[in-house]
Design a protein around this ligand. Structure first.
Ligand SMILES: NC(=O)c1ccc[n+]([C@@H]2O[C@H](COP(=O)([O-])OP(=O)(O)OC[C@H]3O[C@@H](n4cnc5c(N)ncnc54)[C@H](O)[C@@H]3O)[C@@H](O)[C@H]2O)c1
Length: 350
């Protein structure tokens, strides 16, 4: 099952084995069994969907964060303040996916009761791939939106310095044959993709980042020392600013340069997360909404395909096709990471 590449061996592993390895690493750090299973699922879903930067590559850092006490293995998130449609939650420095699942379920419950549920979370660790949560909401017939702010790494439009985070947002809507799921960082790419390129010894495409003097670069080291660029110039920069405020400021968390604990996991997380659920039944009705979703899908698919493209994809389609392929063929992973996971997981039995 292994292959070699110029910059270190790439291999593939079957889904179940990778999930069990990640789960055991978290159990080793005193994370309760069910929560270890959930966190492993969220991370491995990112690998399956072609986003290895937010997948099991995070396991060693998160395990180190748990060991250092910056992440709480046995968190008890609590509600600080609540109305019928809104809540402010303290994540008790727990693993992001554990807190995010609680917040997301609370948003869904409030949406069912009042039409909309909004849960703003402070003091939760990194929540990884956002579509995990929005897609779950959409599969229940709700519209889901999730945002989070991250440690600074992105220059504001026209700037040189790392001020903004990659501040991603995901919106998912239900559809008759599966949801439409948009999930994007507001930087040109997620920072983790540069980390993955560096670990593979690869250059990055032009346009992703600038060096420390503001010059365009394709060197991942220079990019990590410099800054990522926002997606779509001033518009992406504006979106990143709004995500910083809606996810970070609304949660009473940090914004801009003060955000900690999303990349350096030995520091307590200071960012915020926003979970929103909307029940179409409270407005036009689910059936009418689904009709319109299908109308738009059909319109988009009826477009002529531009030169250089084979077909038109909806947001989330690439990820779903990738998932099916990797479930069939195995999940790609670097041999070094696999060895590290095995070593950390086997320490359980030792
Ligand atoms: N938790 C965090 O702090 C954090 C921070 C940054 C990013 N992330 C995660 O990183 C992941 C990757 O983010 P990204 O910005 O690199 O994603 P991306 O650029 O790969 O994709 C962004 C969106 O564009 C869509 N898309 C991609 N190619 C397409 C095509 N050819 N046609 C139509 N749509 C297409 C995708 O389906 C997706 O919805 C996301 O899951 C995100 O949640 C998390």
């Amino acid at each position: 099952m292994s292959t070699s590449s110029e910059h270190g061996r790439e291999t593939t592993i079957v889904f179940d084995e990778l999930k069990s390895l990640a789960e055991r690493v978290f159990q080793r750090q005193r994370v309760p069994d069910g929560e270890a299973r959930l966190v492993a699922s969220v991370l491995i879903e990112a690998n399956l969907r072609g986003h290895p930067s937010h997948g099991v590559i995070r396991v060693p850092k998160w395990a180190d964060g748990l060991k250092a006490g910056a992440i709480n293995a046995r968190c008890a998130p609590s509600i600080i303040k609540e109305t019928p449609s809104a809540a402010w939650m303290d994540g008790d420095l727990g693993l992001g996916p554990v807190v995010a699942s609680i917040a997301s379920k609370l948003a869904a419950q409030k949406a069912r009761e009042t039409g909309i549920g909004l849960v703003s979370v402070c003091r939760a660790s990194h929540i990884a791939m956002l579509q995990y949560y929005t897609e779950a909401l959409a599969s229940e017939g709700l519209i889901g939106a999730v945002m989070t702010n991250t440690e600074s790494g992105v220059a504001p439009y026209g700037g040189v310095d790392k001020i903004l985070g990659t501040n991603p947002l995901s919106i998912a809507v239900p559809g008759r044959d599966g949801p439409i799921v948009l999930d994007m960082s507001t930087s040109h790419v997620a920072r983790g993709k540069i980390v993955v390129a560096k670990s593979r010894g690869e250059e990055i495409p032009a346009g992703w980042a600038i060096d420390n003097e503001g010059r365009p670069t394709t060197d991942p080291d220079a990019a990590l020392a410099g800054a990522l660029l926002p997606v779509g110039g001033a518009k992406g920069s504006g979106l990143a600013i709004m995500v910083d405020l809606l996810a970070g400021a609304l949660a009473g968390g940090a914004v801009g340069r003060k955000v900690r604990g999303t990349f350096h996991m030995d520091r307590e997380a200071t960012k915020g997360d926003l979970f929103v659920a909307i029940d179409p039944e409270a407005i036009c009705g689910l059936e009418v909404f689904l009709d319109r979703v299908e109308d738009l899908k059909a319109d988009i698919r009826s477009s002529r395909v531009a030169p250089g493209f084979n077909r038109i994809l909806l947001p989330g389609e690439f990820e779903m096709e990738c998932r099916q392929r990797y479930l069939r063929e195995g999940v790609p992973i670097t041999a070094d990471l696999l060895e590290d996971l095995r070593r950390r997981a086997d320490a359980i039995a030792a």
